[in-house]
Design a protein around this ligand. Structure first.
Ligand code: NAP
Length: 331
């Protein structure tokens, strides 16, 4: 994993990055060892109590928006904050749902209901419900839409006024997703979350979670740096994100206009398109290609916003906290 502080590396953003880092780092031994060998900076094992205290101090009273809250890493992030810093301001947990009630139901069943929260439940006992009602705000949204698909205007306004930290974890992690879907969530979604970040009045840091594989399938030492807009892995010129979005939209329309094509055939065609577009510019699949384009957008849009890109490798299960070996899905 690597962390790219895109701007103002001396701001408190580094504390949050370390915290995100920590959450992600309390994970599988293999990844930990790999990180110790490769990560340029601090790893969880080397973090002193003073550093940990400074992270917890930073998180106190902070209002944090987490996108993709039902996801594997977001749940680990939410659990760790509730367990270690109950004095966090608020956690706005954005997830796909018909409305905020639906989001609350998802929060209860797909987040809090998971065994991952066993230690949090033991720690707070009967006071957990109060903590959750005071600190957690489930938000119905869809980052592929304008305003992150948040249709509750009051809530959107509150978040824009209050949010100190945004952690964008929402993504489709399916390697061979349809190109239009991958682009819509990973690339356009990243743009929509950045657009919202620009409206936040007191944002301290924006954390974008990417993947180490945006650097493709190279071997040996791969020095990392932020992408420039339109930079292709294989040096091919002409990568234009808006043109990719228009191309995908046009292709979807054309495929749907063909009466001989079944839905299945359309899906296959759009999956193939993702692989072809990715390979044209040197990436192996639509997932990493669309994630790389998201990084370009974050880099271009951030202006003077403190922004951090985190690039995890493969996260399989919890390492030690809240207990060893918690995993979800096929990893
Ligand atoms: N886990 C890893 O090993 C790993 C490694 C490198 C990078 N990463 C990155 O870390 C982030 C989280 O990964 P993960 O493993 O936790 O993935 P995950 O379990 O698949 O979670 C992704 C979450 O994003 C949500 N999402 C998808 N589309 C959305 C949309 N349009 N609007 C709002 N939410 C949406 C999904 O919600 P639904 O529940 O509604 O589907 C899901 O909860 C991703 O950005 C991924 O690229 C993960």
């Amino acid at each position: 994993m690597s962390i790219l502080p895109l701007l103002n590396p001396h701001t408190k953003s580094s504390s949050l990055a370390t915290c995100v880092h920590l959450c992600l780092l309390d994970l599988h031994l293999f990844q930990k060892l790999w990180l110790e060998a490769r990560f340029v900076g601090k790893t969880a094992t080397k973090m002193s109590t003073a550093e940990m205290d400074s992270i917890l101090g930073f998180l106190e009273n902070k209002k944090i928006l987490v996108t993709g809250a039902t996801g594997f890493l977001a749940k680990i992030f939410i659990e760790k904050i509730l367990r270690t810093q109950p004095n966090v301001g608020k956690l706005y947990c954005l997830m796909r749902a018909a409305d905020d009630k639906g989001a609350n139901q998802r929060f209860q069943s797909e987040i809090l209901g998971k065994d991952l929260f066993r230690v949090v439940k033991e720690k707070y006992g009967k006071t957990l419900n109060t903590l959750i009602s005071e600190k957690i705000v489930p938000v119905a949204g869809d980052i592929s839409c304008e305003d992150m698909g948040v249709t509750n205007p009051g809530l959107l306004e509150d978040m824009a006024k209050e949010v100190d930290v945004i952690v964008n974890l929402a993504a489709t992690t399916n390697f061979d997703e349809r190109y239009d879907v991958s682009l819509g969530i990973n690339t356009v979604g990243a743009r929509n979350v950045m657009k919202f970040a620009k409206k936040c009045e007191k944002l301290v840091v924006y954390v974008h979670v990417s993947t180490a594989y945006v650097w493709g399938e190279r071997e040996g030492v791969c020095p990392e740096h932020p992408f420039k807009m339109g930079e292709a892995l294989n040096g091919t010129l002409g990568l234009d994100i808006d043109a990719e979005i228009r191309l995908a939209e046009r292709t979807v329309k054309e495929l749907h206009a063909d009466p001989n094509l079944s839905d299945k055939a359309i899906t296959i065609a759009l999956k193939d398109m993702g692989i072809q577009r990715a390979r044209k510019y040197g990436w192996p699949n639509a997932y990493v290609f669309t994630k790389a384009m998201a990084e370009m957008i974050v880099g271009e849009m951030k202006g003077d916003m403190p922004a951090v890109i985190v690039r995890p490798t493969i996260v399989t299960s919890t390492f030690k906290e809240p207990f060893a070996g918690w995993a979800e899905g096929i990893r």
